[in-house]
Design a binder for this molecule. Structure first.
Ligand code: HEM
Length: 144
């Protein structure tokens, strides 16, 4: 994996309980993988300039801290942000979740990794409903 400047957190996190340190390490490692990924990398590269990465990583730490530690630090609108992106598909969400699961598995024990992944899946589902769901496709066809 290419080495990139990220958030400075090199010691091992608590594997069993969510902490700010663990979240920083997760965010740092996960987005390093995302940026190197053949499918996800280009989508992120189009949306975030090189000098925008520290701010994005800090936002993502706030997001995960709000979800896992109820810190209330995140005040964004992920649906609006993702609607502006080019080239996002359901398959990319699967790839995102696979890399996220892999990273959680490296850093946390099974139980804690499952809690992170469950929250990520819920957000991924609601983002995909906002991005891809077309209610008209669900309507029964009119009788001939
Ligand atoms: C195909 C999957 C995904 C792609 C390609 C993607 C891409 C991106 C990109 C490029 C940004 C930065 C946009 C910008 O700053 O202009 C972003 C922001 C963000 N993403 Fe994703 N994302 C994906 C899935 C997810 C999932 C599953 C979650 C949550 C579990 C998530 C949470 C967020 C949040 C919280 C932000 C910050 C929004 C803000 O600025 O307030 N994303 N995403």
């Amino acid at each position: 994996m290419t080495s990139r400047p990220g958030l400075d957190c090199t010691h091992a996190p608590d594997r069993a309980a969510p902490t700010e340190d663990g979240i920083r390490l997760l965010v740092d490692r996960f987005y390093a993988k995302v940026r190197d990924d053949a499918a996800l990398g280009p989508v992120f590269a189009r949306a975030i300039a090189e000098d925008g990465w520290p701010a994005h990583l800090a936002t993502m730490c706030d997001f995960w801290s709000s979800l896992m530690l109820t810190s209330g630090r995140y005040h964004g609108n992920p649906v609006a942000v993702h609607k502006r992106l080019d080239g996002v598909t359901p398959a990319l969400f699967e790839r995102w979740l696979a890399l996220f699961a892999e990273t959680c598995g490296e850093l946390f024990d099974e139980e804690l990794a499952a809690v992170f992944l469950d929250k990520a899946r819920r957000v991924a589902t609601s983002l995909q409903l906002a991005l891809f769901y077309r209610p008209e496709h669900d309507r029964p066809r009119a009788a001939p």
